[in-house]
Design a protein around this ligand. Structure first.
Ligand code: SF4
Ligand code: SF4
Length: 337
């Protein structure tokens, strides 16, 4: 587990509370769920509901660095995608853990339609295991039976239903649809279909992602995505390995996103993990090579999930790193301060 890796050896971690949170069902209520004006729809009818069939082929999921090889009935590292016996799907496609009309700045997107709102949706699971995750109750799935019980209490939204809700919210200042909160790209097929419909309806389409995905699926999503915020959690292979991620894939995703859409980058500054001045200098220098005007967010860390230490990032650390980033980038913002 990542929290036992060397980068975290000096940082105290708390007991894993994921299962307790999921068991009590609070995960599905963690973020206020907007009421659909389309009425209570039928369950989302998709392969995601299919029961595993045996026998069937062992299949490899093509989405991310884990290359999960799954026999029928098995679920991958992210806890959400599994082999139904015919194909690999996200078991929880259309099942939302949150649906809220958020200020666009909250994503964070500082330079994309400022002052507007965006309908933001989240699901279950993630392909990384950050011990500092603020949304661990929905991102870290350790026992699928517990999620299944939570899922049984909630309806699924079809792509067209979700787009209709976004359109209905236009009168409230909504400009589109964002997938966020957990890691959205593990829900690749569902987002692709939803964003295709959303773009046809004239909505903006936003992804908030860790970016640790293969170029093929990222290219497909980029066809329908108008804005991204991608985490760049650190700038070392070792750091990303400690999270079970891939720096190379994140860099590739950033380059692909920058080529065709609005892009902003976020680094959560954690003392001892991502506050090294030289590393921030190298990271921002690389970003400036793509585009010196990429908006860059340095976000303040607070202890949570498995990390009980270190204490919150000192404000002086954030200000110092901002000055370093501003040597290369024109738009640097501090978040959570
Ligand atoms: S998205 Fe999930 S199932 Fe697919 S390779 Fe990554 S961790 Fe494995
Ligand atoms: S990538 Fe994001 S959602 Fe996934 S574990 Fe890390 S902080 Fe949580």
């Amino acid at each position: 587990m990542s929290s036992n890796d060397s980068r975290w050896s000096d940082i105290k971690t708390s007991k894993d509370k994921r299962q307790t949170i999921i068991e009590t069902g609070s995960c599905v209520n963690a973020i206020s769920v907007a009421q659909s004006e389309t009425g209570a729809g039928a369950a989302f009818d998709s392969e995601a509901n299919a029961k595993p069939q045996n026998p069937g082929p062992v299949l490899t999921c093509p989405l991310c660095q884990h290359n999960c090889r799954l026999a029928p009935g098995e679920t991958g590292f992210c806890g959400a995608r599994g082999n139904t016996g015919r194909q690999i799907v996200n078991h929880y496609a259309g099942l939302l853990t949150g649906l809220a009309l958020d200020p666009i700045e909250k994503k964070p997107l500082a330079c994309f339609h400022p002052g507007t709102y965006i309908l933001s949706a989240g699901g279950f699971g993630c392909n990384l295991t950050c011990p500092f995750c603020q949304n661990c109750h929905i991102s870290q799935i350790t026992d699928r039976r517990m999620i299944d019980r939570a899922a049984a209490r909630n309806r699924r939204y079809s792509p067209s239903e979700l787009v209709q809700i976004a359109l209905d919210q236009r009168a409230m200042g909504n400009i589109g649809l964002a997938f966020t909160y957990n890691e959205p790209l593990i829900n690749f097929e569902y987002i692709l279909e939803t964003f295709s419909l959303a773009r046809s309806a004239g909505l903006e389409t936003v992804l908030i992602t860790n970016g640790s995905f293969r170029p093929g699926p990222v290219r497909r999503l980029a066809e329908y995505t108008t804005a991204w915020n991608i985490d760049l959690k650190c700038f070392s292979d070792e750091g990303y390995r400690s999270l079970n991620g891939s720096l190379d894939l994140v860099r590739s995703t950033i380059e692909l996103a920058a080529a065709g859409a609005h892009l902003e980058i976020t680094t959560l500054v954690i003392p001892g993990f991502s506050d090294d001045e030289q590393e921030i200098a190298e990271m921002t220098s690389w970003l400036a090579g793509i585009d010196p005007d990429i908006p860059y967010h340095l976000s303040r860390y607070f202890p949570g999930y498995r990390l009980t230490e270190p204490p919150p990032t000192p404000l002086e650390t954030l200000r110092r790193l901002k000055r370093i980033a501003e040597r290369k980038l024109t738009r640097v913002f501090l978040g959570n301060v």
